[in-house]
Design a protein around this ligand. Structure first.
Ligand code: CA
Length: 287
């Protein structure tokens, strides 16, 4: 039986993009609305805050230290001191949203259109040489993504579709093809948001508005539902020394103001243990 606890009552306005650093045993995440990167050390509960000059929506660790990040409408590097260097901009969307590093060190991140108009947003890939490729152009609210353990399947959420899709992913070229539905969440409460894939190929998705994280087996069948004491869970990733703890971010500000008093733990980072599975170390960006 899995166990849900508060790892840190951070009160994030919009916590997202959790990344576990397997060397330092630190959970990195962003608070999009607070314009910060947070570093949570679960061992002692300490939290360091790094202000970002812009709106950071997703981060990945770089091989040489610091971060690759999606900020405003572009890709940047962010040093451990917070220094920000632009790399490239993207053409579509109101701001960038979720992103992650592929098995070869490319960084993928999408954008969102606030009105969720199809085609108002896209999914983009930053190659190590700084070149940006549009992978998808018919997006409304680009969100969680991760790869199968082989790297040959990309799981992807456009939240407006309330579905997890899968693509064939060519790790050598970074190209995608063969889009098809993997899991349909339209008939269930909430909307799919961030996701992570475990070492057995199970897909864990945070279901915003429903206060749930759900696991789908590699065949797309729902096989675990974890309930949280706040509605707006946003994303998840595995961490801990054995990569067997699931860290889950959440949001305070996505709740209506009237609901915040009844939901004092909103914005916390949660940790789930005794899941019986473990994750994989995150890929680092080679840019
Ligand atoms: Ca998200």
């Amino acid at each position: 039986m899995s166990d849900v606890e508060v790892a840190a009552a951070l009160g994030t306005a919009l916590g997202e993009s959790p990344v576990w650093d397997v060397d330092d045993h630190v959970l990195h995440l962003v608070d999009i609305y607070d314009h910060t990167i947070l570093r949570l050390r679960p061992d002692d509960g300490s939290v360091a805050t790094l202000p970002v000059d812009g709106t950071p929506s997703a981060i990945a660790l770089r091989q040489q230290g610091g971060y690759i990040a999606a900020v405003d409408l572009g890709f940047v590097t962010i040093g451990t001191d917070g220094s920000l260097e632009p790399i490239a901009t993207v053409p579509t969307g109101d701001r960038m949203n979720d992103g992650k590093c592929d098995p070869r060190g490319r960084f993928l991140a999408g954008t969102m259109d606030h009105a969720e108009r199809p085609g108002g947003a896209g999914l983009y890939q930053l190659d190590p040489d700084g070149e940006v490729t549009e992978l998808l152009g018919d997006v409304a609210l680009s969100n969680g993504l991760d790869w199968s353990p082989s790297g040959q399947i990309l799981y992807y959420v456009d939240t407006s579709l309330e579905r997890i899709d899968r693509f064939d992913y060519d790790v050598d070229t970074g190209r995608i093809e063969g889009r098809r539905p993997f899991a349909d969440l339209r008939d269930a409460p909430g909307r799919p948001d961030g996701l992570t894939v475990d070492a057995d190929g199970g897909v864990w998705v945070a279901v915003a508005r429903a206060g749930r994280v759900q696991r789908y087996d590699p065949g797309g069948h729902l096989d675990q539902v974890i309930e949280f004491p706040t509605a707006h869970v946003t994303s998840c990733t595995f961490g801990g020394t054995a990569l067997d703890e699931l860290y889950v971010t959440s949001s305070r500000d996505l709740l209506p103001k009237s609901a915040r008093e009844r939901d004092p733990i909103a914005g916390a980072v949660f940790v789930v243990t005794d899941l019986g599975v473990h994750g994989r170390p995150p890929s680092r960006c080679s840019r």
